[in-house]
Write a protein that binds this ligand. Structure first.
Ligand SMILES: N[C@@H](CCC(=O)N[C@@H](CS)C(=O)NCC(=O)O)C(=O)O
Length: 208
């Protein structure tokens, strides 16, 4: 399999973490976002949205990071991070959808303004209104997750699952995007657990 990604992309990081954790035979191919490689015809033929990550497995091409991590888990024999039991899987899926629909896009407001625009100047200067929006909308989401984690080690099923990798990936930009999550003690303790995993250590770029 080949995973087209960028080391500073949190959506990519989700897929990289899962591939590393599962020890899958995946070749990681960097897409040069700063120079617009993701908008070239070659890359658009893989992902017509012009975004990373994208996964190629033989003739099968898959985009959308959450679909990719589900697929990666389903290809790994004996994996334990994406349950087969219907209710347990639904519990994990619930958090994946929450991440995809609420948490990541909201954090993404701040990541775009404070990280992406720095890396890609053609995106223009930071927009104070978008920063204000992110700063207002993210804390209630973080507080909900924080309280969920008050008496748990992991987000779903009392064990490490795709939900942990999916949500932690977004937090890779906590410092650079000044995400307002640092006073959430339970969330921070859980994030430290994820950061201690080999998959996280192996996936961390030298300069985030
Ligand atoms: N919903 C998509 C989002 C992918 C996405 O927005 N990727 C960003 C990097 S984190 C990207 O490629 N941005 C380049 C662009 O939009 O021009 C997923 O989860 O894979």
């Amino acid at each position: 399999m080949r995973l087209y990604y960028h080391p500073v992309s949190s959506n990519s990081r989700r897929a990289v973490l899962v591939a590393r954790h599962l020890g899958l035979d995946v070749a990681f191919v960097t897409v040069d976002l700063a120079n617009g490689e993701h908008k070239t015809p070659d890359f658009l033929s893989l992902n017509p949205n012009g975004k990373v990550p994208a996964l190629v497995d033989g003739a099968f091409v898959l985009w959308e990071s959450y679909a990719i991590i589900q697929y990666l888990a389903d290809t790994a024999p004996g994996q334990e991070i994406y349950p087969k039991d219907i209710a347990a899987r639904a519990d994990v899926n619930r958090w994946l959808f929450w991440s995809a629909y609420h948490f990541a896009p909201t954090a993404g407001l701040l990541i775009k303004e404070r990280v992406s625009k720095k890396l890609t100047p053609r995106l223009g200067p930071p927009d104070p209104q978008e920063i204000a929006r992110g700063e207002a909308l993210l804390p209630p989401l973080a507080a909900m997750l924080d309280s969920h984690l008050a008496d748990r080690q992991w987000i779903a099923q009392d064990r490490l699952t795709l939900a942990d990798f999916a949500i932690a990936a977004t937090l890779m930009h906590t410092a650079a995007a000044q995400l307002p999550v640092t006073d959430c003690a339970h969330l921070q303790a859980w994030f430290a657990r994820v950061q201690a995993l080999d998959a996280w250590v192996m996936s961390t770029p030298a300069t985030p």
